[in-house]
Design a protein around this ligand. Structure first.
Ligand code: ADP
Ligand code: ADP
Length: 234
């Protein structure tokens, strides 16, 4: 089933007098359970695309549908509600809260959603175990390596059981070995849990075994190596 659909999507940023066209004519369908890598050089529109798919921003033209719903027809509150329910985020700079332990960081989205502390703790422990950090739950972020911090952030993104996880350049601040590990971890979580992932990177080396690769340049998708397209070609 279709999860996200973009049709003829454009995005323009206005900076004072100038207009920056960040996306033009983007068509894209993402199905449940897919692992999608978006790659391209800096400035090609990867973040802008992730922000639209993640319902953090709205498009200037065209249509974005999430679970069949036209996102442009939603109020800001409705869009936030949908985002909080259905989407988890992983960021380049980890964005963990420094004064909270790893466990408390992972619990936070559930506590904000009003889940009891006991249930939040159980769910967070399960997610920390999935990313191999159950023995580090009491550590604050500063006591963890970059790779470990990003694993905590991935556990946090998954704790609400989102349909979709958006990871925008999650490996940009990691060395190449940790970058590869984080990519492999996300792929394992995708196949174990069926969670849909959209993962952006400018590092082509991370894509070797990713089936669906969307290549961006100057705000356009210039290649989409998806299994569907491959079938069409055969
Ligand atoms: P990346 O290339 O890794 O996406 P950037 O440094 O381009 O990172 O962008 C970091 C943040 O700043 C993003 O949220 C992006 O939307 C925003 N940004 C990028 N370019 C501009 C710009 N020219 N003016 C204002 N904000 C920008
Ligand atoms: P990438 O993630 O591939 O580096 P971005 O989506 O961040 O690309 O940026 C695409 C283009 O849009 C770039 O020219 C960037 O400077 C511009 N841009 C991104 N975010 C903003 C913003 N908030 N305001 C103005 N320009 C932006």
């Amino acid at each position: 089933p279709l999860l996200v659909e973009l049709r003829q999507v454009g995005k323009i940023y206005y900076l004072g007098e100038s207009r920056i066209t960040a996306l033009k004519g983007v068509n894209l369908s993402i199905h449940r359970g897919e692992f999608v890598a978006v790659w391209g050089p800096s400035g090609s529109g990867k973040s802008t695309l992730c922000n639209l798919i993640g319902l953090l921003d709205t498009c200037s033209s065209g249509t974005v549908r999430f679970e069949g719903q036209d996102v442009g027809a939603l109020s800001d509150d409705q869009r936030s509600e949908l985002r909080n329910r259905a989407i988890g985020f992983v960021f380049q700079s980890f964005n963990l809260i420094p004064v909270l332990s790893a466990l408390e960081n992972v619990m936070l989205p559930l506590q904000i959603a009003g889940v009891s502390t006991a249930r939040a703790k159980r769910a967070a422990r399960k997610r920390l175990a999935e990313v191999g950090l159950d023995d580090h739950e009491a550590h604050r972020p500063a006591k963890l390596s970059g790779g470990q911090q990003q694993r905590v952030a991935i556990a946090r993104a998954l704790v609400t059981d989102p349909a979709l996880v958006i990871a925008d350049e999650p490996t940009a601040n990691l060395d190449s070995e940790n970058a590869l590990r984080i990519t492999e971890l996300m792929r394992r979580l995708n196949s174990d849990n069926g969670t849909t992932f959209v993962f952006s990177t400018h590092d082509q080396r991370l894509l070797e075994r990713v089936e669906r690769q969307i290549l961006m340049r100057d705000g356009e998708i210039i290649d989409d190596r998806s299994p569907d397209r491959l079938e069409l070609r055969l």
